[in-house]
Design a binder for this molecule. Structure first.
Ligand SMILES: Nc1ncnc2c1ncn2[C@@H]1O[C@H](COP(=O)(O)OP(=O)(O)OP(=O)(O)O)[C@@H](O)[C@H]1O
Ligand SMILES: [Mg+2]
Length: 368
């Protein structure tokens, strides 16, 4: 197994019609040996391109890529000792599972005994042992997915690369496969780089997550850090579901005013915002940190917000209540017993200790 490092890696595509397009803009990160790292971000942000550059399927425009201790910039994909599992895992339909699993090794002209051993081992890890003589069409979607992963395992690579491997599966199977992949990672002690646009999948699988947007890395951190301390509004809005709410606010003395309410800040927060005196900031608060007044827990210093409820969604385990503050739609994720009706006034309590403030110009979080 091995570490992977990007040093100022940039990728530009040149197109006759559109000219030069920067898909990856100077990425720097280290994926440690045996780490499970997830690349996450919206469609087109450069996840697959980054993964393909690790694999050597795409050559970076500049910068260095290291696998283990060596710079692999000019190394052919087959010499990089990586295995990639794609979204469209295309098994060979006319081959048995055993033949599908052994195909790569047979191509490499490995000896039969070694191949058999690798196939048996991968099949046993993935629970495919009793299916080796079947054809892919005789397997369920999840089992086929496991064969695709098995093809990577038999190669015993230094690094596994996964590009949205679960997106063809239904929701239930996806959750099951996520658990299986996490267990597989522990068992193999493998370095895994996994791409997804689904932030829930990223949060559940990744030991660390690389959040990307428009080819630019926004933050590299553990799931808990990303949730608790997002570096900017993009990360704050992307990680967490429903997404973090943003309110337009103005700092006035030791208070921050939003439309319809003014909140007294703790001394520490007021001091942190002193550079914004009289100026606009963005107040960010997650839906789960807003409570209906009737069923709120005991908060140290609750901040009241009286609004007109627009929509209430009953999800069973919780209710989502929507209302406006200024021009922005706010979501509160509240106890399902909370009394709230659309069109009616309602007072909510905000736990401002959990709130963040952002600079409206740079969209960076203001360090308090
Ligand atoms: N061969 C190419 N030629 C020109 N542009 C490309 C090429 N491959 C990718 N791009 C562009 O680079 C950007 C990043 O693409 P990439 O496939 O890395 O996105 P992604 O983050 O994997 O998105 P998705 O979630 O949709 O798979 C996109 O705007 C894409 O159109
Ligand atoms: Mg992609």
């Amino acid at each position: 197994m091995a570490r992977v490092e990007f040093r100022q890696v940039r990728k530009q595509f040149t197109d006759d019609k559109k000219g030069t397009f920067t898909a990856v803009a100077g990425s720097d990160f280290v994926i440690e040996d045996q780490e499970f790292v997830v690349f996450v971000g919206p469609s087109g942000c450069g996840k697959t391109t980054s993964l393909r550059m690790i694999a050597g399927l795409e050559k970076q425009t500049d910068g260095d890529i290291l696998i283990g201790d060596r710079v692999v910039n000019n190394l052919h994909p087959k010499d990089r000792d990586i295995a990639m599992v794609f979204q469209d895992y295309a098994l060979y339909p006319h081959m048995t599972i055993r033949e599908n699993l052994s195909f790569g090794l047979r191509n490499l002209k490995k000896d039969k005994q070694f191949i058999d051993q690798q196939v048996e081992n991968a099949a046993s890890i993935l629970g495919l042992t009793h299916m080796l003589e079947r054809k892919p069409r005789e397997l369920s979607g999840g089992q086929r997915q496991r064969v695709a992963v098995g093809r990577a395992i038999v190669r015993d690579p230094q690094v596994f690369l996964f590009d949205e491997p679960l997106s063809n599966l239904d929701a239930k199977l996806r959750i099951q496969m996520r658990v299986e992949l996490s267990e597989l990672h522990k068992r193999l002690g493998a370095t895994i780089v996994y791409v997804t646009h689904d932030q829930v999948e990223a949060m559940t699988l990744g030991e660390r997550i690389v959040v990307m947007n428009n080819g630019v890395i926004q933050q590299v951190d553990s799931p808990t850090e990303l949730y608790a301390n997002p570096q900017n509004m993009f990360v704050a809005g992307f990680i967490g579901s429903p997404a973090m709410n943003f309110m337009d606010a103005t700092v006035k003395g030791n208070q921050v005013a939003v439309e319809g309410a003014s909140f007294t800040l703790s001394d520490g927060v007021a001091a942190g915002l002193s550079g914004y005196q009289g100026q606009k900031v963005i107040l960010g608060i997650r839906p789960e940190h807003i409570y209906g007044e009737d069923l709120a827990p005991v908060l140290e210093s609750p901040h009241k917000l009286a609004v007109k409820v627009e929509v209430v969604e009953h999800l069973g385990s919780e209710n989502l209540v929507y209302f406006h503050v200024g021009s922005r739609m706010i979501t509160a994720k509240v106890n399902p017993e909370t009394i709230a009706y659309s069109g009616q006034p309602k007072t909510f309590l905000l736990d401002l200790r959990k709130a963040h403030f952002f600079d409206p110009e740079t969209e960076e979080r203001i360090r308090l």
